[in-house]
Write a protein that binds this ligand. Structure first.
Ligand code: FEO
Length: 400
């Protein structure tokens, strides 16, 4: 039997770790697992913040019962209805029939739609308060971070924000729950991957949410995934990661994402990479789109300003895995990237034309001349690749 962890006065962590699932949303790899975080605040009234994936409801309810220590559960605040957090809601209502469910109008619609629950639901408005005794909660509606109903709840007394998916990370909590108990840097890349894969399309709503939070003094961030952020420098760091990602601002560096059946197109990618290095660019990441999960490629495209995509022609179209990657980039309405492209064919070229269309659709700034190769690489193509690498390096260096 696992026990709840007290993370501060009146506040218990009762979340769970998932080391079993291979893919989050059945799409994104979980090599380090993921945690589903839930918190219980114990005051004159008791309040639960979100639940957990239904696969972990047994262990979750055990922890909840111990944390309640014989008391009743008064409120369940739902900051986010995606089933990794709301999955245990129906069972919770069966176990605690008097619990009042607190959410906004959109939450209530989803509670009805997913669980057919309409009774005992308290609908709150943006900025509404709920006093629990010593603690006072204020609700902030933050739609599309990451669903339309998403909101955040601020405990005015303790300056704690229950932020839903925001500031969350992939990766389980292996013992330590708060940032003081672990090495936070282990989670930064997984925060970027979580953001770019799951929330990446919603840069503008995230900016609006950050604007709303900017007036609050925040001492603790309790997200629904990953560590609890309590240290001033860590809170600044994770907020700045979100700020940067949601503005689609990248660091100096280049992702070269390519497809290649027999290695010819890959040689073009390598020639470009050598020249980037020659020109003093240190962050160069080559991704073979057939081998590397797109989850990591998307993460790196969010991290770096430069993007170069290469593809062979396949069935008179783009190579399928490259097309799939591009659809993910377009789906996230990615902005502000310097874009170069190259392609190859054996008897009729189509890849470069499609990449030109992609550049037009995304409004990326096209850098250098696109390179198109027929069959294998000889001197002329090599020099054209070098010129593309050089042009990209020069554009990046202008921003220094
Ligand atoms: Fe962690 Fe949008 O769910």
């Amino acid at each position: 039997m696992l026990k709840p962890i007290k993370i501060k006065e009146d506040l218990y962590y009762i979340g769970v770790n998932d080391r079993t699932r291979h893919l989050f949303e059945n799409l994104w790899p979980l090599p380090k697992g993921v945690s589903y975080n839930s918190y219980l605040l114990v005051d004159e009234k008791t309040v639960l913040f979100d639940t957990v994936d239904i696969c972990y409801s047994d262990i979750y309810f055990q922890k909840l019962e111990i944390a309640l220590d014989g008391r009743s559960l008064d409120y369940l605040v739902i900051n986010h209805m995606e089933p990794d957090h709301s999955g245990s809601l129906g069972l919770l209502r069966s176990k605690y029939p008097n619990v009042q469910i607190v959410g906004n109008k959109r939450t209530a619609d989803m509670v009805k739609g997913y669980f057919n629950i309409t009774e005992g639901v308290r609908i709150i408005e943006d900025g509404e308060e709920l006093t629990l005794g010593k603690h006072k909660l204020v609700f902030y509606l933050t739609p599309m971070v990451h669903w339309p109903e998403t909101m955040m709840t601020y405990d005015v007394t303790d300056k704690t924000i229950f932020s839903g998916d925001a500031f969350g990370t992939f990766g389980t909590l292996d013992g330590g729950i708060t940032d003081t108990q672990l090495h936070p840097e282990r989670y930064y890349d997984e925060m970027i991957r979580y953001y770019s894969n799951i929330v990446g399309k919603f840069g503008s709503p995230v900016q609006k949410a950050l604007e709303k939070l900017s007036t609050l003094e925040i001492a603790t961030i309790c997200s629904t995934h990953g560590p609890v952020w309590t240290q001033e420098d860590q809170i600044k760091k994770v907020v700045s990661i979100y700020n940067k990602l949601s503005r689609y601002e990248g660091d100096e560096g280049v992702v070269i994402a390519y497809g290649s059946m027999y290695g010819n197109t890959e040689q073009m990618a390598e020639a470009i990479a050598y020249e980037l290095a020659e020109q003093g660019i240190k962050e160069i990441i080559l991704h073979n789109v057939s081998k590397r999960s797109h989850s990591y490629i998307i993460r790196d495209i969010f991290k770096y300003k430069g993007l170069i995509v290469g593809s062979p022609t396949y069935n008179n179209k783009l190579y399928p895995e490259v097309e799939y990657l591009l659809s993910k980039v377009e789906g996230r309405e990615m902005k502000n990237r310097y874009f170069g492209y190259f392609g190859s064919f054996t008897w009729a070229g189509a890849a470069v034309k499609r990449l030109a269309q992609f550049a037009e659709d995304t409004k990326f700034e096209v850098i250098g001349a696109p390179v198109e190769m027929k069959q294998a690489m000889f001197n002329e193509t090599y020099e054209a690749c070098v010129a593309l690498g050089k042009a990209m390096a020069e554009r990046l260096k202008q921003d220094r």
